[in-house]
Design a protein around this ligand. Structure first.
Ligand SMILES: Cc1ncc(COP(=O)(O)O)c(C=O)c1O
Length: 457
C-alpha cells in the first residue's frame, strides 16, 4: 500500500519502518570496514537478483533477499574505513530521510511544499550568515559538484554579456583555480560552454595552498571572469589564502567563488573558523553538508551574499511560479535552482542541527582535526612511513617507504582483504596513501593500529 491518510497505511508504515531498521542493524553489525568479497563474487550476488520480477513479494521477504546487498557495502563507522570525504551520518539526520521520503515534498513550487519551502529558505539564510553573509541566502543542491557548477554559472552570467541569450564568447573567458582544486571546477567549465582549457591551473605552495604570486603571474593579460578559492583541498586539505584571492578578484573585477565543500564545517568551530578569513568577501560559496557536517547524501548548499544573485537561474514557468504568487507571500524555489522537482533535504539538516546544536558540532570538528594532526605526527614518528605534507584539516597524505608499486599494492591488498579501506591518490606525480578522518569517536590507539597495519601490509 502507498502512503495515504488511511490508518491501514499507517500500520504498514510502522511495520515497514521496523522491518527496515532491523535489516539495517543486521547489516551494521557485521564487523570490519567491508566484507572481503572480490568484484566477481559481488557481481554474481547482484546478478542473481531480478530487479523487476513479474510478481512482487512481501517487504520482509524482499529485505531477506537483499540482506547481502546491505551487508556488501562499506561500513563507515569502522575506524579503518577512511578512504574518502564520506562520513558515517548522524543518526537523527539519517532517520529524518524517512520523513523526507514519506512526505515527499517537492522544493520547486510553493503548492508542492508550503512549509518546506520556508524551512529551506530559513536554513540557507542561517548558513549564509554563518559563512559571513549577513542577509545572505542560497539554495540546497545535491552535492559539492552541483554547488560548484551553480556558483560558476552565476559567475559566467555576471561576466558582462547576455550569455543566456547569446551564448558564451568564444575562447576568451578564464577561471583561475589552484592546480589542486576539485575536478568539478574543470567539469563545470566544460558544462558551462567555457571549455576545460578555460581553467588556469595556478601552482600551489609546497603545503598545497594556492601561491598568490603565481596567481598574479598566471592571470596577467587574461580575461578572468572568476577566481576559485578552495577552502580545504581534496588531497591535502589545504586552505587557499582567501583574503588575498578576494583582493585579486576585486582588482580584476572577477567573481570569487569559494569551494568550501571541505572547509565549511570549520565555520562551526570557535577554534578553526578564523582559518577561513576572507570567505565573507566571496560572491558565492559551496558549503557541502554531507562531508564535515555529517549529513547523509545529498546535502549541500550554494550560498550567496544576496539572493538576487540567483536570478541568473530564474525562469518563469506557467505552472510552477506565477507572478502573482509572490504578492500573496508565497515563494517558489524553482527560481533559485538548476533542478525542478527536488527533495526536502533541508529537513534532515534541520533535524540534526537542532538536535546537536552548533557548539557540539563545532566540538566534533575540533576533535577530527585534532585526530588528523595526531595521525600526521604518528606518521612522522613511524620508521616505515613518510608524510607527504603536514595535515591542514581532516586528511593526511603519506607513503610507505618504497616505490609507487608498493604503495599501490598496499592500498589494493587492504581493500581486497577487507581489513581497511584507505585512500590512494597522486601528489606531485607520486602515489600517496591517504586517510580521511571524519569519525570523532575514533581513538588515537585505533589510528596507531591502522598505521601499523598499513606499514606491515
Ligand atoms: C574540494 C571539493 N570540492 C567539491 C567536491 C565534490 O563534492 P560532492 O562529492 O559532494 O559532489 C569534493 C569532493 O570530495 C571536494 O573535495
Amino acid at each position: 500500500m502507498f502512503v495515504s491518510p488511511d490508518p491501514k497505511s499507517h500500520a504498514d508504515l510502522r511495520h515497514a519502518t521496523i522491518a527496515m531498521t532491523e535489516a539495517i542493524i543486521r547489516a551494521l553489525s557485521v564487523p570490519g570496514p567491508r566484507s572481503a568479497l572480490d568484484p566477481t563474487e559481488l557481481a554474481a550476488q547482484v546478478a542473481a537478483i531480478d530487479p523487476l520480477p513479474e510478481q512482487g513479494a512481501s517487504l520482509d521477504a524482499v529485505l531477506t533477499d537483499l540482506a547481502p546487498i546491505l551487508e556488501g557495502g562499506i561500513r563507515l563507522g569502522d575506524p579503518n574505513c577512511v578512504a574518502h570525504l564520506h562520513p558515517a551520518p548522524l543518526i537523527e539526520a539519517a532517520v529524518a530521510e524517512l520523513a523526507v521520503g514519506v512526505t515527499n515534498q517537492s522544493m520547486d513550487a510553493f503548492d508542492a511544499s508550503p512549509a518546506a519551502t520556508f524551512v529551506e529558505d530559513a536554513l540557507v539564510q542561517r548558513l549564509a550568515q554563518l559563512h559571513g553573509f549577513p542577509g545572505g541566502s542560497g539554495v540546497m543542491t545535491m552535492g559539492g559538484t552541483a554547488s560548484n557548477l551553480l556558483g560558476l554559472l552565476l559567475a559566467r552570467d555576471a561576466a558582462g554579456e547576455d550569455v543566456r541569450r547569446n551564448g558564451v564568447p568564444q575562447n576568451r573567458w578564464r577561471i583561475a583555480a589552484s592546480a589542486t582544486s576539485h575536478d568539478s571546477i574543470r567539469r563545470s567549465a566544460a558544462l558551462l560552454g567555457l571549455g576545460t582549457e578555460a581553467v588556469i591551473a595556478v601552482p600551489t605552495e609546497p603545503d598545497g595552498r594556492m601561491s598568490v604570486d603565481a596567481l598574479h603571474a598566471a592571470t596577467r593579460g587574461e580575461d578572468v571572469i572568476a577566481i576559485v578559492g578552495t577552502a580545504g583541498t581534496t588531497d591535502l586539505g589545504a586552505i587557499d589564502p582567501l583574503d588575498a584571492l578576494a583582493d585579486h578578484a576585486r582588482a580584476l573585477g572577477a567573481w570569487l567563488h569559494v569551494d568550501a565543500a571541505v572547509g565549511s564545517g570549520l565555520m562551526l568551530s570557535d577554534t578553526h573558523r578564523s582559518r577561513l578569513e576572507g570567505i565573507e568577501r566571496a560572491n558565492s560559496i559551496t558549503a557541502d553538508l554531507h562531508k564535515l557536517w555529517w549529513m547523509p547524501f545529498g546535502a549541500s548548499a550554494l550560498l550567496v551574499p544576496d539572493v538576487g544573485a540567483l536570478r541568473a537561474v530564474h525562469h518563469a514557468s506557467v505552472y510552477l511560479n506565477r507572478p502573482e504568487d509572490e504578492a500573496e507571500g508565497q515563494l517558489n524555489l524553482v527560481g533559485r535552482s538548476l533542478d525542478t522537482s527536488r527533495r526536502f533535504d533541508a529537513f534532515k539538516v534541520l533535524v540534526a542541527l537542532r538536535t546537536r546544536g552548533r557548539r557540539q558540532l563545532g566540538a566534533m570538528v575540533d576533535t577530527v582535526l585534532d585526530l588528523t594532526r595526531y595521525a600526521g605526527e604518528a606518521i612522522e614518528r613511524h620508521p616505515e612511513l613518510e608524510l607527504v605534507a603536514p595535515p591542514h584539516t581532516v586528511m593526511v597524505a603519506f607513503r610507505r617507504v618504497g616505490d609507487d608499486a608498493r604503495n599501490v599494492a598496499i592500498h589494493r591488498d587492504l581493500f581486497a582483504s577487507g581489513e581497511a579501506v584507505i585512500g590512494r591518490t597522486t601528489v606531485d606525480g607520486r602515489v600517496a596513501l591517504k586517510l580521511t578522518l571524519l569519525n570523532p569517536s575514533t581513538t588515537r590507539a585505533q589510528i596507531d593500529a591502522l598505521l601499523d597495519l598499513i606499514s606491515a601490509a
